[in-house]
Design a protein around this ligand. Sequence first.
Ligand code: ZN
Length: 139
Amino acid sequence: MTLENPTNLETPDKNYMAEAEAEAILALPVLPIPINISEHVSITSMTVCCPVCSTNLPPEDVRGSWQINNHTASMDGYGICYGCMSIGPLPTARYRADGTSLEQQPDGSWKEGRWLEEPTILGLIKDKFVEGFKKNLKL
Ligand SMILES: [Zn+2]
């Protein structure tokens, strides 16, 4: 399956992504979930919502990879929406095993938050929900 004239989600109103760039994203592996941040803390699921048409993407249409360093997970991820033929990067973020997070805002600044509602208890496993791509990131 290929995307024709995929919209770049960062500028969905006007810009089309170059076909070569879209093909490179489509060739990426599915973003692995669950992912262990530390011995006792994992991200067990992730919901990615298309900012253009508000469809929740199936897991196989979320691509990319994780880097785990010092009990902190960061992802280099992309969402692909076949419903509205859009494609684009997920928010740049850091998810720490202590439940805190840093997510980059559209203006380039970083916002502290929590991806776990409660302070981490050893053995506790919770889900991470991404409520949109970079374009309409809300915390
Ligand atoms: Zn969409």
